[in-house]
Design a protein around this ligand. Sequence first.
Ligand SMILES: Nc1ncnc2c1ncn2[C@@H]1O[C@H](COP(=O)(O)OP(=O)(O)OP(=O)(O)O)[C@@H](O)[C@H]1O
Length: 229
Amino acid sequence: MSLALTDVTLTYPDGETSVTALDDVSLRVAPGELAAVVGPSGSGKSSLLAVAATLIRPASGTVQVGGVDVAGLSAAELTRLRLNRIGVVFQQPNLIGSLTAVEQLLVTEHMRGRSPRASRAAAAKTLATVGLDGRQHRRPHQLSGGERQRVNIARALAGDPGVLLVDEPTAALDHDRGAQIIELIVEVTRTFRLATVLVTHDTEFLGAADAVVEMRDGRLAPAPTAARG
Ligand SMILES: Nc1ncnc2c1ncn2[C@@H]1O[C@H](COP(=O)(O)OP(=O)(O)OP(=O)(O)O)[C@@H](O)[C@H]1O
């Protein structure tokens, strides 16, 4: 599935005035490709992900997921699109403390209306894909930081999405764990032919990205080679 943002502009009200978080931004990501987004704090990276996730509607411009302009979808269709086609990985895993790894995935599978038996088998398979075979019955406090982030990634993949949006996945991890998480994101992008957008400060891991773009004051441009690590 592809992801395309075209001429997207987003403003937030700010007292009497407004802040332009995205200024005429265009980004295309083909199936199986990873686009990395770098840029200083406050430049608009999270806003870009929120618009791509269809959580915020831009003031102008279009967002297409799998060739479909999301502006034309009803509220119910948008909910289905988010649940079934778009996987989001936030900086913090946001796991539920009392649930095991497999149960974290079953919560969203339940929301998708899938049967518990089929969901459990699929969730175990997804956990194995992210390297957590044998750890599926552990609760978050029994997992390392890197393993918790893997559960987070597995949860985003469980619905079999076409688009994967990842916000600073290595921020809470040490260097080696961070490198492994980036490697995993690249691997699942290729294996499942996802259109992946990865926001990161870790410029040293960007060699595997198909494109590296830089946000500055809400504008997107190809990153200078120095930012590619
Ligand atoms: N809900 C909001 N209301 C008003 N302004 C906002 C809102 N969210 C973000 N902004 C502003 O929009 C701009 C872009 O913010 P955004 O969070 O997208 O940046 P970012 O690049 O993700 O930053 P960081 O790297 O610090 O997470 C900033 O100037 C920010 O202050």
